[in-house]
Write a protein that binds this ligand. Structure first.
Ligand code: XMP
Length: 503
């Protein structure tokens, strides 16, 4: 999929994979010869924000249309098909945005078994007003005379609408018709084939050398470790640094899953005292983060040194970390180092078995590998752990209060069946105390702040509209079951202006 700066670039790639066809996003600056060297079965030209009429508008070498590889242009991509092959694209003033009725015309590959009337999602200013010679028009809308076009012999297709968004009723079927019927792709990209391929690649990379993996308790490092273990068994040693700032029960669960169920060689470094000593009386959020980051690296390095020579380090880098969409040509690749923020100068070669996968694929692979649901569906958790949710000084007692309250929050969210809808839900312990009355006695104790947000990527977030009965269950359980807490408040701040975490 050639990215012309589409808002939906990653979504198109994901939809293709949901059709069980592997897809890769490439920048539009990539020479066509280089694209073809990847031996694609099909090429999709994405949408994008530009107009083909502006000076310097992004384009593609028309050689792509003579390559014999079937091409589908979507939105801007369709306009490029039209313009580069001799059709006409005009700024008609009749742009269409949102849900639009589509009328299918004639017999086409893309709409073969679909109804003649359907709803599609549009987002365009320019319109194709004339298809190039040799093309047939297969759909129109009230505002667009050429909403779909094709040249069956040359294998070139275009749709003005967005088949990848769910508001296009038959979008996935249209994409599948292109992939399977126009391009002859087979639906072979499945969880099992992903696992087989990853295992082969890991074995080829690692040979008989030793490998280390830092486990954070999160889904990415867990799935990466499980894949590497499947590939090279006991050549892998996992290191789990227990900072004492994890969620309740997390350390036990990591140990149980990896050591007992998977028989992984696991080093469980119990470093809670060391972290808490260093954090003693530290209140400044940035200093907390710095101390935790540095100590984490030191502890990990010490554990690695104790293990002797390992040449490889596993990282749970995901595909969205590798491809930065937006069509900015130089911004296309960025490197992320996300397992505990280990530094580049550690002398390891990286093994990144998830580098081609989206998060939902990682979860599916995790389930296929038999990882427990609690790990596979775990919510994101910040590297510095509960330290950034304990406002002010961190003491063992305050960690215990927060862990207990946090566990109740998660239990109630799960009980309400909301776990997979909610991006993160957790408790925050502020540095103030409030007055209350319990029994007949006055209390002076901590409040707990409940934070629950919905989000797609943590860049923006909204506070979750939790049902009142869930709020009530959390509030009464926290106050009744957690000593030292006498009040629960709900944070109703979106991001921006707030952040998800409190520090
Ligand atoms: P904020 O608070 O910035 O958080 O809205 C955005 C997302 O990032 C997580 N987060 C972190 N993750 N190391 C991490 O690996 C960190 O230092 C860190 N700080 C915040 C946070 O939980 C949310 O999902």
């Amino acid at each position: 999929m050639v990215d012309f700066g589409a808002q939906y670039a990653q979504l198109i790639a994901r939809r293709v994979r949901e059709a069980h066809v592997f897809s890769e996003i490439v920048p539009r600056s990539m020479p066509v010869a280089e694209m073809l060297a990847k031996r694609p079965k099909a090429i999709i030209l994405s949408g994008g924000p530009a107009s083909v009429h502006v000076e310097g508008a992004p384009t593609i070498d028309p050689a792509v249309f003579d390559s014999g590889i079937p091409v589908l242009g979507i939105c801007y991509g369709a306009q490029l098909v039209a313009q580069l092959l001799g059709g006409e694209v005009h700024r008609t003033g009749g742009g269409e945005y949102g849900r639009t009725p589509l009328e299918v015309v004639g017999s086409s590959v893309l709409f073969a078994d679909l109804p003649l009337q359907q709803q599609v999602w549009m987002s365009h200013g320019d319109s194709i007003v004339a298809a190039p010679a040799g093309f047939t028009v297969h759909a129109t809308t009230p505002g667009t005379p050429v909403a779909a076009l094709e040249h069956r012999e040359r294998g070139i297709y275009g749709v003005q609408f967005h088949p990848e968004v769910m508001h296009t009723d038959r979008g996935q079927e249209i994409l599948k018709a292109f992939l399977y019927d126009a391009a002859g792709c087979r639906p072979t990209w499945t969880n099992l084939s992903i696992i087989d391929q990853a295992v082969d690649e890991i074995r080829a990379q690692v040979g008989d050398e030793r490998v280390i993996c830092g486990l954070s308790g999160g889904v990415d490092s867990a799935v990466a470790a499980a894949l590497v273990h499947k590939a090279v068994g006991n050549q892998l040693t996992c290191v789990f640094v227990d900072t004492g700032l994890m969620r309740a029960g997390e350390a036990v669960q990591v140990e149980d899953t990896f050591r007992n169920q998977f028989d992984v060689d696991l080093v469980h470094v119990k470093a809670a005292d060391r972290f808490l000593d260093l954090l003693h009386e530290v209140e400044d959020p940035e200093r907390k983060r710095k101390i935790i980051g540095e100590t984490f690296i030191r502890v990990f390095e010490e554990a690695a040194a104790d293990l002797g020579e390992a040449r490889f380090l596993v990282q749970g880098t995901l595909y969205p970390d590798i491809v930065e969409s937006g069509g900015g040509d130089n911004a296309n690749i960025k490197s992320h180092h996300n397992v505990g923020g280990l530094p580049d100068d550690m002398k390891f070669e990286l093994v990144e078995p998830l580098r081609n996968l989206f998060k939902d694929e990682v979860r599916a692979v995790g389930e296929e590998l038999g990882l427990p649901e609690e790990i596979v569906w775990r919510q994101p958790f910040p590297g510095p752990g509960l330290a950034v949710r304990i406002i002010g000084a961190i003491t063992p007692e305050r960690v215990e209060i927060l862990q207990a309250a946090d566990a109740i929050v998660l239990e109630e969210i799960k009980r309400a069946g909301l776990l997979r809808e909610i991006w993160q839900s957790f408790a925050v312990l502020p540095a103030v105390r409030t007055v209350g009355v319990m029994g007949d006695a006055r209390t002076y104790a901590y409040p707990i702040i409940l934070r629950a947000v919905t989000s797609d990527d943590a860049m923006t977030a909204d506070w979750a509209r939790l049902p009142y009965d869930v709020l009530e269950a959390i509030s009464s359980r926290v106050i009744n079951e957690v000593p030292g807490v006498n009040r629960v408040a709900y944070d109703i701040t979106s991001k921006p202006p707030g952040t998800i975490e409190w520090e």
